[in-house]
Write a protein that binds this ligand. Sequence first.
Ligand SMILES: [Fe+2]
Ligand SMILES: [Fe+2]
Length: 398
Amino acid sequence: MSADGAARDDAEPHLTVELGDLGLDVGAHLLVQRALRAHGRARVRGTAATLAIDLPAWCRAHGHELERTSAGFAVTRGPVDRRRGAERAGTAAAPAEHAPAHWGLAARGALVEPGAPDLGLTLADRGAVWADEAARLYAQAAAAQWDPATAIPWDAPLDHPPEIEDAVVQVMTYLIENETAALLVPVRFLARLHPHFREVMQLLAIQAADEARHIEVFTRRARRTRDELGLSAADGQRSLATLFDEPDFAVASFLLAVLGEGSFLALLWFLRDHAPDPCTRELARLTAQDEARHVAFGLAHLGRHLAEDPSLRGRLAAAVERRHAALAHTAGLGADVFDALVLLAAGSWEPAALRRGHAAVVALAREMDAGRRQRLLRLGFETEHATALSGLHTRNFM
Ligand SMILES: [Fe+2]
Ligand SMILES: [Fe+2]
């Protein structure tokens, strides 16, 4: 007999499994199963007290045939095999073009038994969600996670006038609600994304963690000096609400990531450059780094999607026009935020400083527009069309 409990029976053309006193309730079934997989039939001998009850029950449950013999049992593998009818959920290395609902939560490349429930994971086409860059961007995001407790100089002195601090708090208030939209809108799609597209799922998840951290640091910065936050303008919220109304993943990420977060990048750089204190400067710098990844993924998967389906370009353009029409009667960026940005850039109440601050905010709007046009060109829009669409983007920035 070999060390694994199996021995050749000279009289029979199949294996004898010697279980000794190992019962089926403590692992003996593994030896029987192994022999059946390899040989289809096995003699089984053992001295466990419950073997005569447990082995027939196990055979019945697994569809195997069992005969009693003078020396023990003879088991023949039955036609029921849990692996029969199972299907590979694509290959581990790369996603399939379409992920069927019955693959469910199975790992990519796993052998999937039939009968898994349909979880309504309807974002299941590679063309609509995939970007080859997703794995690299996810790895980059995982490596670049920063700890708000230590990465921001929370105790750095604030020596600017109280009204400039009011402006900081107003800008933080505005940022928080925009970050909240940037968290919730993609997460609604994440909940419908077929996990076969694992890298995209991971990237959207870590992106949500980024936004959670942004909300945290902006809140913490506002509350450093104030118990109450600033004004949340109804028109700003109306602009963000149009992102929630968008049911199409490609269109939503075009509006949010490419146009909205793209514009936000310029805003965060503006805050970094005009921040009145080191704490605000550093949180603007760190959040901008994260946003650049969010924009990069939007551009990557939309670029791929457009290459496969050029008709998407028309749908994207129509969405910008639709959103513009829906927001035509709103003010866009609230005056409170605009004025706060001017005051931040001015740094004082001197008329000459205010003139400079105002010019800086006008330059910011121009920079946002230039960035949007450049990203639209990257997605293959014609120059004139890119200029027109960028001009129609919400004045609320996001
Ligand atoms: Fe963010
Ligand atoms: Fe973002």
